[in-house]
Design a protein around this ligand. Structure first.
Ligand SMILES: Nc1ncnc2c1ncn2[C@@H]1O[C@H](COP(=O)(O)OP(=O)(O)O)[C@@H](O)[C@H]1O
Ligand SMILES: [Mg+2]
Length: 242
């Protein structure tokens, strides 16, 4: 067999596109751009795949804040580890001392240290992005509830996301956090509904490079759907079509 040359082909993901949701995007961009003086929480709520993460990404890209947010996403694995969500979010600003203390197992000490780190951060405007709060560990949610009691006094903006759940599915620690935020009047909830079908088709075309002859043109995103749907359908359709 003759020598063969290997050619590496780099396939770049398509550039990200963000469509629709003008009002929600404007609300987030304005919160991110305004001088954060009094603290508050903005929570995006909606089913899986509706576009919560995409909306946050689009708002951050447009807001041009001087520093990136402290960002983390909860998942079912992390739920069992005390304070996992906040430790992940604060990772970029932890000192060696912090890390040594946080690696210990005494959750009370860990919580106190995290609280003091957040206090330190909040001496200047700080943005947290905490995604999928429905999966967050209870210790992080409890610490957030504690922060919520004094958040008006600090320049802290917390943008969270949350999968829509029935009340009986909401874990007590999350229910408590939302309750405290509501009582203190520092919570704004933004509910995300389906995008219009036209936007979903545009997303599909963008992801596939398809045009007016693309086979899914004229196809309803789900049986019976005529005017609106979930953007994930578009992404899913593209994965299947690819
Ligand atoms: N407004 C939008 N414009 C373009 N694409 C979107 C939009 N919203 C969602 N998507 C697409 O749908 C997929 C799922 O959205 P995502 O933001 O991850 O949902 P969620 O965070 O609510 O689970 C994304 O990867 C993206 O391809
Ligand atoms: Mg998401």
């Amino acid at each position: 067999m003759g020598a063969s040359t290997l050619h590496t082909v780099t396939v770049l993901p398509p550039p990200r596109v963000f469509l629709g949701r003008d009002a929600e995007l404007a609300a987030l961009v304005s919160a991110l751009r305004s001088d954060v003086t009094t603290g508050r929480f903005i929570v995006l709520q909606g089913p899986a795949g509706i576009g919560k993460t995409s909306l946050i990404d689009a708002a951050l890209a447009r807001a041009h804040r001087p520093a990136p947010p402290l960002r983390a996403r909860a998942d079912s694995m992390g739920r069992r580890h005390g304070h996992r969500l906040l430790v992940d979010a604060l990772a970029p600003v932890l000192t060696e001392d912090d890390r040594a203390l946080l690696s210990r197992r005494h959750q009370y000490g860990v919580g106190e240290r995290l609280h003091s780190i957040i206090d330190r951060m909040a001496a200047q405007p700080t943005v947290f992005v905490l995604e999928d709060l429905h999966q967050a560990d209870s210790a992080s949610l409890a610490l957030l509830a504690r922060l919520a009691r004094t958040v008006e006094q600090a320049p802290l903006l917390v943008i969270g996301s949350l999968r829509t759940q029935a009340r009986h599915e909401t874990r007590p620690a999350l229910d408590h956090l939302l309750g405290v935020l509501g009582e203190r009047g520092v919570l704004r909830t933004i509910e995300l509904g389906p995008l219009p079908n036209a936007a979903c088709l545009e997303i599909t075309e963008h992801l596939t490079g398809g045009g007016s002859t693309a086979p899914w043109r004229g196809v309803s995103p789900r049986p019976g759907a005529t005017r609106s749907s979930s953007p994930r359908w578009s992404a899913g359709c593209c994965t299947t079509a690819a």
